[in-house]
Design a protein around this ligand. Structure first.
Ligand code: GDD
Ligand code: MN
Length: 358
């Protein structure tokens, strides 16, 4: 068993950061057995050479990849090329303060499988981020936690700074696109115990961020791929099918009560709405959200109540969009209605996955 703590650091053009980084890691991990492994994507500024020159003095290793590019895939290669049983991941640019490493390692020693340095819990901070970047980061985080319910307990699933036990990924088929290696590990890895430790994400000291619109697109592709792998995409399809079945139920009841029972059509419509909500709920409960179904009869009625509320708000959204688009924007009423249905369905899905079957 290799008990060395392996710190994987992806680099691309970080020449001026590697020396202060290694010095600070060495200071923070004094007394522990550790190794810093740089995974460099053939930087043009001599990062690999500067890092390699540190190796007589510090336990530093450099892996250079010639044609592969990408932060997350660099970490996957770093995992494959090393044997340490505890692995840390952090950026080279000193935005992730090495002094947080001992706190993360303490969590691992106390039984955590993954310890995440978090920007979004009590005691955390963010330095030098413009409002736009804060909003994008929060939005991206929210999107992941919404669409991938299994990572919801993690407040900062997009963190690039964390420590984990190798056994978490021992049987995992890691195949990330883009930046977010932690998301991949949370999806494919096996971890029983997660903890988060606050830290302050510092301003970049030297060099430039590589984050661009391409990473944002990669991020969306990655979330889509993770949804597919974990059956979350299929869940959306099931939810839509149930919704369509509800339309059938609604029309059937509306017609029968009006034609055969002689009810006024608006009274039939009110009953039809409630009956279709109940049938949608039952189908979703045993089909779409079978894995998140609350136990017992109280659980059933609590979720039914929530589902009812979400659906009624959905109906109001549908009606409001219909009226607004038709009356105010002069849109053909059938198109307004189609748009209203789309908005209400999105609302219902998010409300139900976030709240009803949380
Ligand atoms: N090997 C390799 N290949 N490394 C890369 C590549 C690449 O294609 N792109 C970036 N890196 C390295 C950088 O050299 C740096 O060490 C680290 O990955 C982070 O890159 P930045 O460009 O500084 O990213 P950021 O500061 O915008 O975002 C980081 O911090 C966020 C908050 O923790 C990333 O780690 C995000 O994933 C993270 O959410
Ligand atoms: Mn950075």
């Amino acid at each position: 068993m290799d008990t060395t703590v392996t710190i994987l650091v992806p680099t691309y053009n970080e020449r001026d950061n590697v020396i202060p980084l290694v010095r600070r890691i060495d200071g923070a991990l004094a007394g522990r057995s550790y190794q810093v492994v740089f995974v460099d994507d053939d930087s043009k500024d001599g990062t690999a050479q500067v890092a390699a020159a540190l190796s007589p003095e510090y336990p530093v290793r450099v892996i250079v990849r010639r044609d592969k590019r990408g932060l997350a895939s660099a970490i996957v290669d770093g995992i494959k090329e090393t044997t340490g049983q505890v692995i840390g991941v952090m950026d080279a640019d000193l935005q992730h303060p090495p002094e947080t490493l001992p706190l993360l390692l303490d969590e691992i020693e106390n039984g955590a499988d993954i310890a995440i340095a978090s920007r979004y819990i009590k005691g955390s901070g963010l330095q030098g981020w413009a409002l736009a970047r804060r909003v994008i980061s929060r939005g991206a985080s929210f999107l992941a936690r919404m669409l991938l319910p299994f990572i919801r307990p993690v407040k900062d699933p997009l963190s690039g700074f964390f420590v984990f036990k190798r056994r978490v990924v021992a049987h995992a088929n890691l195949r990330p696109t883009g930046y977010k290696i932690l998301l991949e590990i949370l999806t494919e890895g096996e971890s029983a115990k997660l903890t988060e430790v606050p830290y302050t994400f510092e301003a970049r000291s030297k060099g430039q961020s590589k984050l661009s619109i391409f990473q944002e697109i990669d991020y969306l592709k990655h979330v889509y791929s993770l949804m597919k792998r974990r059956g979350e995409l299929f869940r959306m399809v099931k939810f839509s099918l149930v919704g369509i079945s509800g339309v059938g139920v609604n029309i059937g009841i509306l017609y029968s009560l009006t034609e055969f029972a002689g009810l006024f059509y608006l009274a039939s419509a009110a009953i039809a709405i409630e009956v279709s909500i109940i049938s949608n709920f039952s189908l979703n409960n045993y089909f779409t959200f079978a894995d998140r179904r609350a136990p017992g009869i109280t659980g059933f009625f609590r979720q039914l109540g929530k589902f009812n509320l979400v659906s009624l708000v959905g109906l109001a959204i549908n009606a409001a969009v219909l009226v607004l688009f038709t009356e105010t924007f002069g849109v053909y009423y059938i198109f307004s209605q189609l748009f209203g249905i789309a908005m209400a369905t999105a609302w219902n899905y998010l409300g139900d996955i976030w709240w009803t079957w949380k």
